[in-house]
Write a protein that binds this ligand. Sequence first.
Ligand code: SF4
Length: 380
Amino acid sequence: MLHNWLEACHGYFPKAAQFFAPERIVLAKGSTSSIERKTLIESVCSVYPNADIDKCLDTAHNRVDLQTKDPLELHLRGKRTLVFGEHKSAVRLSSEEGNTCPNYWHFSPYGFCPHSCHYCYLAGTQGIRFSPTVKIFLNLEEILSEIDRVARELAEPTAFYLGKLQDGLALDPLTGYSRALVSFFASHPYARMTLLTKSAEVTNLLDLDHRGNTILSWSLNPAEVINHFETNTPQLHERIEAMKACADAGYPIRAVIMPVIPVTEWQSIYDRFLEKLLIQVQLERVTLGGVCIYRAALDLMERKLGKDNAISQALSTGGERCADGRARYPKSLRVEMYGHIIKKIRLLRPDLTIGLCLEENSVFEALDLTESIGRCNCVL
Ligand code: SF4
């Protein structure tokens, strides 16, 4: 069975991924161990004829040396480096502590991403800090076999989330993986996919028989926030167009508005944004969240933007270092922002399910939202 859906992306011809122009392509451990892997690498390399190609077949995907120790330079070089490798523990159960998030299954056919969101929490995580390159893992068959094994053991509909440690679609024009993934989940009795992206490149998805087993979710913010904090990403209107196309193709569509950012006049900015979004896209769920950032990622952001930015200012005026080790806005600001946004959503879509991401019980209580705990983006 597993080979059938892989055929869905065999013979796929890569297209350049918007927002990604690698200068160096590294073939790490495991990347040339089969004809299929070599073929995919060759075809992706043909899209970037000017990139330097390095064979480092004894090096694990997360140990590629970028020849600098400066965190900002490391980050910038990483975003211009594509690594092919294999990921032997790509399917995992999350281990959330200190917040209300349920633990959930997630998987990684990619690592990190080519976009440059200044607040990106991944930039501060252990797995990324040493070698923050953009990664394509070639052992997709193995990854899906593991999902199959886990899902059959659980024997009930279970979401597997693509988007925790990467953008779920940003590299899809290169790999065509979505064609295999959607087909796999469509035919599985228990496994379902939830996918989070900022990408607007959805052509690969539109003709697939998904059977509702793939839930597509877009990470969104007002254009004013995108322009300042999410460089090298699609514009808001492009993401909304992609959402509409996928909704027309019958996919369940969700939105994640995270991090909400208290830019000047944020109330009217978020109001206009919600009007645009909720009128144009029939969402089945929306999830809100604030900044949740580790120290290393915050330092990186401040080296790019300086300390005089809306996130740093909000964190420095009573921001909290929470039980899960992440820095957050003061609780009063989170409640104020969520409360304002929820009120607007209720006006436009009274029936819409609203979740909060990585939040604490007391915040749900302050918003009279405790029934929503566990009804957020990554799960069914
Ligand atoms: S899209 Fe997500 S993973 Fe990529 S830079 Fe932005 S926040 Fe980070």
